[in-house]
Design a protein around this ligand. Structure first.
Ligand code: FAD
Ligand code: 2HG
Ligand code: ZN
Length: 508
């Protein structure tokens, strides 16, 4: 593509985004005082927050709901409702459907693609008040919970029952299971327990006309026709509001260890992964990668305890490897054997390795990896590219992006401060983060579509696990064919003919 035609394509994408925003406000009605009065008939006053009369709250009180986690996307919603059960959600949605009011379903508001905050003044339906465990069967391990349960609180609920959630992520203290399902969140345990498309057994969903679709099955096997729940997993609130989740949890491992390995060069990550899989087989439960620059940011911003100078010297990148299994002696023996092989090799893949010696050290080593997102956001404004590319290309993507920004003269303290990479090697998922002093159109224009074209050249995905939200609607076509997008639109039209459910998100 010539430079001129690339520029035209970029302008077209930009104007598409603008027109999507413009039409969002034109097509929908705003919430008014009559709507608030209507909601007050079945919702307690404490569950309605509004800048409209009679409450007339200052808009700052709605900021935690209108502004996203990165402080990158800002809605102007006047009203947030926080229903306590599916019936209340249904009543709110029925009203919105009749009146043509657009809705944004919201969980813990930790999403990283702007999907959980309004574009304009859509009604926010926050699920935080739906936070009860409905049932847990210790024999099958099947948990049924309200969608607003915070992920970490579900893990705490399961601990005395010797079970764990099949997913874990750095945002666990705020994100909700309904938000996890709606983004099809991946996270740190996907290597072991697979994706939510496998572990979610059933859902309860309020559809855009207010109908409650009860598919809250607790069956592991159910081949009775189309599996509708799969459509809502990863739909980012565009097809309905998830109010209940049935999920298969896992027996808690009897032993777990982790080790941070320091590597002299990125090229060693892949042979190390192959070796780890071969020697650890069933006990390998995580294999996470982070480069040196982002490790330094984590330590600078107080995420986990720094490794010793000796351990990090000469390291280009790190791998955090976790093992978990059923018998401590057996697991330790396997891990020790792997470490011996690595250290005794003629051409060692690693410089050093730090093996956790206590539960506190185990947690601190995970804190480094889990704290990378927070460290990056403390350092500056992050442009986040959550991509699937072949493992061998992880470093090339980071380096090529850095060089490209350099060629535009943007690698300066007052523009782009860092270009870093980390992610889930076991899942082929790289988090390319470009950390800038501020979000500016100049940096965005340098990054997009550049990064998306790079990903497409590797036949990768522009969203491995965070979703599309509002950030990537214009980039969907890099990873989905026209036919796929057309059928996605038809499905959206079928469920939500008035287009009230999270407009401007996912679909271009
Ligand atoms: P929100 O941010 O509130 O919403 C996200 C999307 O889901 C929005 O489109 C919203 O409309 C929709 N939604 C929310 N709840 C519902 C519902 N009940 N019904 C219908 N739609 C709904 N993601 C990963 O995949 N892996 C990670 O490892 C990971 N780590 C993270 C670490 C940090 C520090 C942070 C800040 C984020 C991380 N994320 C990660 C992204 C994010 O946490 C996940 O996407 C999470 O699943 C979002 O849950 P939430 O409840 O905060 O949803
Ligand atoms: C992670 O793996 C999350 O830590 C967040 O998915 C990634 O900060 C990011 O870009
Ligand atoms: Zn991730």
């Amino acid at each position: 593509m010539s430079l001129a035609s690339r520029r035209v394509a970029r302008l077209a994408a930009f104007s598409l985004r603008r027109s999507a925003h413009a039409s969002t406000s034109a097509r929908y009605n705003s919430v008014n005082a009559d709507d608030i009065a209507h909601f007050s008939k079945f919702l307690p006053t404490s569950t309605i927050l509004s800048t409209l009369p009679p409450q007339s709250l200052p808009s700052s009180e709605l900021s935690p709901f209108n502004d996203d986690w990165m402080n990158k996307y800002h809605g102007q919603s006047t009203t947030v409702v926080r229903p306590r059960n599916a019936l209340e959600v249904s009543e709110v949605v029925k009203r919105c459907n009749e009146r043509g009011i657009a809705i944004v379903p919201q969980g813990g508001n930790t999403g990283l693609v702007g999907g959980g905050v309004p574009i304009k003044d859509e009604l926010l339906i926050n699920l935080g008040n739906m936070n009860k465990v409905r049932s847990f069967d210790p024999v099958s391990g099947i948990l049924v919970a309200d969608a607003g349960c915070v992920l970490e609180s579900l893990s705490e609920y399961l601990a005395p029952h010797n079970h764990i959630m099949p997913l874990d992520l750095g945002a666990k203290g705020s994100c909700q299971i309904g938000g996890n399902v709606s983004t099809n969140a991946g996270g740190l345990r996907l290597l072991r327990y697979g994706s939510l498309h496998g572990s979610v057994l059933g859902l309860e969903v309020v559809l855009p006309d207010g109908t409650i679709l009860d598919q809250l099955s607790t069956l592991r096997k159910d081949n009775t026709g189309y599996d509708l729940k799969q459509l809502f997993i990863g739909a980012e609130g565009t097809l309905g509001i998830v109010t209940g989740v049935s999920i298969l949890t896992a027996p808690a491992p009897q032993s777990a260890s982790n080790v941070i390995l320091a590597l002299p060069k990125f090229e060693n990550v892949l042979p190390l992964f192959v070796q780890a899989k071969r020697q650890l087989s069933e006990i390998l439960s995580a294999f996470e990668f982070f480069d040196r620059e982002v490790y330094d940011l984590a330590i600078k911003h107080g995420q986990g305890r720094a490794l010793s100078e000796e351990d990090v010297e000469g390291a280009e990148c790190f791998v955090l490897m976790e093992t978990s299994g059923g018998k401590r002696e057996h697991d330790e023996e396997k891990l020790n054997q792997l470490l011996e092989t690595l250290f005794e090799s003629d051409k060692p893949l690693i410089n050093t390795g730090v093996l956790s010696q206590s539960p506190a050290q185990f947690a601190s080593m995970w804190a480094i990896r889990e704290g990378l997102t927070e460290a990056v956001s403390k350092e500056g404004k992050a442009y986040k590219y959550d991509i699937s590319v072949p493992l061998a290309k992880f470093k090339e993507v980071v380096d090529t992006t850095r060089e490209h920004l350099g060629s535009k003269g943007l690698l300066r303290d007052d523009a782009v401060k860092h270009v870093v990479g980390y992610g889930h090697v076991g899942d082929g998922n790289l988090h390319l983060n470009v950390v800038a002093a501020a979000y500016t159109p100049e940096i965005e224009a340098a990054l997009e579509p550049f990064v998306y074209e790079l990903v497409a050249s590797y036949k990768g995905s522009v969203s491995a696990e965070h979703g599309i939200g509002v950030m990537k609607t214009h980039a969907l076509h890099y990873s989905k064919s026209n036919v796929s997008i057309e059928w996605m639109k038809r499905i959206k039209q079928l469920f939500d003919p008035k287009g009230i459910m999270n407009p401007g998100k996912v679909l271009p």
